[in-house]
Design a protein around this ligand. Structure first.
Ligand SMILES: C[S@@+](CC[C@H](N)C(=O)[O-])C[C@H]1O[C@@H](n2cnc3c(N)ncnc32)[C@H](O)[C@@H]1O
Length: 286
């Protein structure tokens, strides 16, 4: 699939998801965004860019930390995400936030104009993320930093999902995914440099960064029920799979996932899944 068509599909999926994104009784992107901001440590008065800002899981807590003297620019390829992120910033009274629709792979922004570039679970959607990281290095002032998250990729995991789903989602279903998400393609595009820490350090070095820190931690994802989790999965990356599954396969997968997730509930409490997340920070090398 060519990169323009792939981006159209990603844009459509996130546009359709924006109204309910991360809001269906499941906590995941918000705690992950907060933790990324904690590790990135933006300081008062700094200027920051959040690539693929979504509804602002990192943009908004980071904007609160830099205060009114700083500026926070969120860019996203999906207009509905951008609009909603702007509304959320307004609701929180964050006057230092600006949001724009823009392709995060080729940000049209002035060189050396940011102190921090953030990207939580978004850099992984870029067809050539390594080349984009080199462009982010150019956007940073001396001493500036990049901070992003990705899944902790292992050889066998279903794209973008915690390991437990490998058993629940038959490999045959992956044939329905857009070509860009087929396991071999993902391996070339993502695992090849994100799976092994030494490869990641080498990729960041090539992109113009140094002092790379990699922190793998679980995000305790909670869902009020198995059904809530499956509904939520339609509002994030897995939407691409749901959209491409024939109806009978989608119905069977829904039932299988709900049953398995419900079995994880204890005493009527929420479903809790530990999701391994990789937090990466690095400093521009100049
Ligand atoms: C999984 S969401 C993460 C959103 C947000 N960072 C968060 O943590 O909630 C991925 C986001 O990346 C955006 N995205 C995907 N491809 C992009 C691109 N080429 N340029 C800018 N944003 C992109 C999507 O529209 C979506 O909002």
């Amino acid at each position: 699939m060519d990169s323009a068509l792939y981006k159209t599909k990603v844009t459509d999926a996130f546009n359709e998801a924006a109204a309910t994104y991360d809001r269906l009784g499941v906590e995941f992107f918000t705690p992950m965004g907060r933790r990324l901001v904690e590790l990135a440590g933006p300081r008062p008065g700094q200027d920051l860019l959040d690539v693929g800002c979504g509804l602002g899981a990192t943009l908004l807590p980071a904007a609160a930390l830099i205060g009114p003297q700083g500026s926070a620019l969120g860019i996203d390829i999906a207009p509905a995400m951008v609009e909603e992120a702007g509304r959320q910033a307004g609701r929180r009274g964050l006057g230092n936030v600006e949001v724009r629709m823009m392709d995060g792979e080729y940000p049209e922004l002035p060189d050396r104009s940011f102190d921090l570039v953030l990207g939580s679970y978004s850099v992984i959607f870029l067809p050539d993320a390594r080349a984009a990281l080199a462009r982010y290095a150019a956007l940073l002032r001396d001493g500036g930093r990049v901070a992003f998250t990705s899944p902790v990729f292992t050889r066998d995991t279903f794209p973008f999902l915690p390991p437990m789903f490998t058993e629940l989602i038959p490999m045959s279903l992956l044939e329905h995914l857009p070509a860009a998400w087929h396991p071999e393609q993902l391996h070339r595009q993502l695992h090849s440099w994100l799976e092994v820490p030494a490869d990641l350090v080498a990729a960041l070095d090539k992109a113009g960064f140094t002092d790379v820190e990699i922190t793998d931690e679980n995000v305790a994802m909670t869902a009020v029920s198995g059904e809530a989790w499956v509904d939520w999965s339609h509002t994030q990356g897995m939407r691409l799979l749901w959209q491409h599954l024939p109806a009978p396969e989608a119905a069977a997968l829904r039932t299988r996932l709900i049953d398995a997730l419900e079995a994880l509930r204890e005493d009527g409490g929420p479903v809790r899944i530990d999701v391994p997340v990789r937090y990466v920070t690095a400093t521009v090398a100049r």
